[in-house]
Design a protein around this ligand. Structure first.
Ligand code: ADP
Ligand code: MG
Length: 353
């Protein structure tokens, strides 16, 4: 027979204490009278006294104080249950977190208190933002590729007619015109290649990225007199499955950027290791670094800060990594350097027979 537990016998405090949601009971002035265990994890404190000795204003980001005071008033005087809102709170270690909060009245011994139920949504928000950024990047890439395609055809015919004219007539400007057209067509071709990597229709094969990285570095011999390269390639037997040419091009682009970021002398470090079912590749340089406000622009077609740059390198890198279900993150500090961290899913060493 199924066991039935009468609700009057349930130790509700046990439920609340172990709830995954953080819960406070608060008084009129925002003093915290009770907090459950989830609050300790959330604010990174070890003991509930560190929370109960304070009031909610201590944890709530100052930009939300005014709004929250008005909300608390509504709960305590009108006994209203309030709609869910997003606020920011400050953890014990100073970190600001995004939090979703519901506030409602809590009745105890003929008095009304505020019950605040909240959860940390920082990771959820960051994941949402990442997805939006990726979608934006993908659509900018698609638009750019679409335009490239449309412009390439008329330009090609202009080039054809120019060649025809050149057969019967001569003019000193014809060669310059042809060169310029060639440059424009090249740019468009590059753009088409980087924004639509599937055009190559390459087969998926096992790739040993340690080998690829070592051969790529050798392509930059002449820069390596003034730049010290440190290779730390661990777990070198591991392989990923993917399109080899795309990866060669992508890591070439990353190493090239790292080298170009160093004006005179400096150092780059390339790391390869396996952790948590992923191959991690980190390319760090002691170069100029990237200003914070420009970080968001990286990967957008044609975004470049170099006079001779194309702004297509990172577009190719991002599309390739994402196409292979990988992830790329960039940490940079002005004047100190940049680290590009690529993570790719791995199948343990495949041996082709
Ligand atoms: P390009 O190299 O042609 O400019 P990319 O797409 O490869 O185009 O890079 C775009 C921009 O990103 C660069 O112009 C540069 O401003 C910035 N960038 C990329 N990698 C680095 C790096 N390792 N250090 C500093 N800036 C970088
Ligand atoms: Mg580049």
């Amino acid at each position: 027979m199924k066991l039935h537990i009468e609700s009057t016998k349930i130790d509700f405090h046990q439920l609340i204490r172990n709830s995954l949601n953080s819960i406070w009971i608060i008084g009129k002035e925002g003093e915290i009278l009770y907090c459950n265990r989830a609050c300790l994890d959330m604010f990174k404190v070890t003991c509930s006294k560190e929370i109960i000795s304070k009031n909610i204003w201590f944890f709530l980001h100052p930009s939300f104080h005014e709004k929250s005071k008005a909300r608390l008033e509504r709960v305590l005087t009108n006994n209203e249950t309030l709609e869910k809102i997003e606020v920011q709170m400050i953890r014990n270690d100073g970190e600001i977190i995004d939090v979703e909060v519901v506030t409602l009245p809590f009745y105890l011994e003929n008095k009304v208190f505020g019950q605040v139920i909240f959860q940390d949504i920082t990771l959820r928000k960051a994941a949402g933002q990442l997805l939006k950024d990726r979608e934006k990047l993908a659509s900018v890439g698609q638009i750019a590729a679409g335009i490239a395609h449309e412009v390439k055809n008329p330009l090609s015919s202009v080039k054809g007619f120019l060649q025809l004219i050149k057969e019967t007539q001569s003019h000193p400007y014809f060669d310059i015109m042809e060169d310029e057209l060639e440059k424009a067509l090249n740019t468009l071709q590059n753009l088409l290649q980087v924004s639509k990597p599937d055009l190559h229709d390459e087969p998926l094969i096992p790739i040993n990225l340690c080998k690829e990285l070592t051969s790529l570095i050798n392509l930059f011999q002449e820069r390596l007199y003034s730049i010290q390269v440190e290779l730390d390639l661990r777990d070198s037997e591991m392989e990923i499955i993917g399109k080899r040419n795309l990866f060669q091009q992508a890591f070439f682009n990353l190493i090239k950027n790292a080298l170009e970021s160093i004006e005179d002398k400096g150092k780059i470090r390339i790391e390869h290791f396996y952790k948590d079912d992923l191959i991690h590749i980190k390319i760090s340089d002691s170069g100029l670094g990237i200003p914070k406000e420009k970080l968001k622009m990286l990967g957008t077609p044609f975004f470049t800060t170099k006079s001779e740059g194309t702004g297509l390198g990172l577009t190719q890198v991002f599309t390739t990594i994402h196409e292979h279900h990988g992830n790329i993150s960039i940490h940079s500090e002005l004047g100190v350097g940049t680290t590009i961290h690529v993570q790719l899913p791995v199948k343990k060493c495949y041996h082709l027979t």
